[in-house]
Design a protein around this ligand. Sequence first.
Ligand code: 5AD
Ligand code: FES
Length: 355
Amino acid sequence: MKKKEKENTRVKQLIDKLEKDRALSKAEWTEVFGSWDESDRSYAAEKARGISRAVFGNKIYIRGIVEFSNVCRNDCLYCGIRRSNTNAQRYRLTDDEILECCDEGYGMDFRTFVLQSGEDYAAYPPERMAGLVRRIKQAHPDCAVTLSLGELERDALALLREAGADRYLLRHETANEEHYRRLHPAEMSFSHRMECLRTLKELGYQTGAGIMVGSPYQTEECLADDMVFLGSFEPHMIGIGPFLPHKDTPFRDFPKGSCELTLFILSLCRIMLPSVLLPATTALGTIRPDGREQGVLAGANVIMPNLSPAAVRKKYMLYDGKICTEDSSDECRFCIQGRMKRIGYEIEISRGDHI
Ligand code: 5AD
Ligand code: FES
């Protein structure tokens, strides 16, 4: 075989190995990220799509996301709602408003509600959130509640779990400690975030980790660390989207992440963890108009349309250009249905728990 051809088959061999062993070493992952090309990406996408089809059929799970507060005590350098961004117009929804979003969502066939906010424990302490979770579960006993509130201590997470919360999303952002320090202010700790993820699993949450692809200072080695971490932690869900700069953050001048690399990594996650719940994220739909469709075709099986009230949507700006800020909840719901139908998929109306 000629040298070029040999190089052309190496990543595909590693993808085959991943499929067989459900794992690669850090050195192998580094090789994958250092030398993949478009033909490797379509090779992985085809395999990943086949696995999704075998596990989930042509069904796509939907989750309604309620962004209930954009107040945040943290100052992550990439994020548009970081506390130092004085240009952000802050808002907080009342418990009744949040419940109304869920009621509206229920009428549109959502059976999972994701409550997401900045780290706003001053206004929404665990006791208040527990009460809210109880109210939602009481009103909609057939629904799952997913929380995405940031890092909390064990007792708070336990209280929320007892109140009925089923799932928790906390992206690890990067599994490389040095990289973590470059994305976050000094007062935030990599080990605390990782500990929080372990606690979530111990408490019986279906737990979601995840990363931004192409975040500043991310290297092939960082991505290798992420894949090794994801393979060993085995989250139930993995949230992956491209990094997109926000104009009022220190990372405003960094380039956006690559859509192709994001899709490739989605496929690799699907091949490594066949039954993982893998959303085609809003950031993916932002970087490219058909990004979410491409995500599904690369192995994603979840979409999370926005259920937030129209009045606050533009204020939950984690990055510039976020889609769906001009749309209403039912517009997003039916937009997604059409988009999925056009590529041969159907919306599944059930909780869609991890199997
Ligand atoms: N670009 C892309 N994703 C971002 N997030 C935060 N800021 C950005 C950005 N600028 C992601 C983080 C966080 C999730 C809620 O949104 O990964 O965990
Ligand atoms: Fe919101 Fe399409 S999903 S407009």
